[in-house]
Design a protein around this ligand. Structure first.
Ligand SMILES: [Zn+2]
Length: 205
């Protein structure tokens, strides 16, 4: 069975969030992450929160935690999803117009790309009916949809890893939607379904 590690990004000291302060990324991502883990476990999957604390746990420590699990179980038997909300550059704490959902993996063709693929499919399936003008933000220049970056959590983790940016916390409409019951449920569901698809395809349940 593939062990699923869910990271919730920033900690309590992070100022990232909506300009009106209604959505705080560290808190929102924790609520989503907790629910994702709960639902996966309820369906018999081996999922856990990488950062159960509210504190800002360094990227180095988070990667150490993931890699300790990888060393114990084997890297292909572990996957990591890090949950975030996006902000338009320059991330200046003001409202902007960018919208959409995207996922990031480390640079190069890796198993993380397969995980991202499952998450993109789930985002399309779950979000599209609710957000008809949904923009799935992709980079297809390397033959797949995910965007690639040297984000530490993706680069240092030994197992397949993917970071999701769930709409924009500096877009008024996105924030309204993210905070709604329907929005929260959809963000949870897209992760649960995407991860289940990945585990079903590449591991034994
Ligand atoms: Zn973030």
């Amino acid at each position: 069975m593939i062990k699923i590690e869910i990271d919730n990004g920033h900690g309590i000291k992070s100022l990232k969030g909506s300009p009106d302060g209604r959505l705080k990324e560290w808190k929102y991502a924790r609520e989503i992450a907790r629910e994702v883990v709960k639902r996966l476990k309820a369906e018999g999957y081996d999922a856990e929160l990488l950062v159960p604390e509210d504190a800002d746990i360094s990227l180095g420590e988070r990667c150490n935690r993931v890699n300790a699990v990888c060393d114990r179980l084997g890297t292909k038997n572990v996957c990591l999803v890090s949950i975030h909300c996006n902000a338009a550059p320059p991330d200046d704490g003001r409202w902007h117009n960018a919208r959409g959902w995207e996922a990031w993996t480390s640079v190069g063709q890796t198993q993380g790309d397969k995980l991202a693929d499952c998450l993109y499919d789930a985002a399309e399936r779950v979000l599209r009916p609710l957000i008809p003008d949904l923009r799935l933000r992709v980079d297809t220049t390397d033959g797949d949809r995910d965007k690639e970056s040297n984000f530490a959590i993706l680069r240092w983790s030994k197992c397949p890893a993917c970071l999701t940016e769930n709409l924009f916390q500096d877009n008024r409409e996105d924030v309204e939607w993210l905070l709604s019951l329907c929005g929260r449920d959809a963000v949870v569901r897209l992760h649960v379904e995407g991860i289940k698809a990945y585990v079903g395809k590449y591991g034994k349940k």
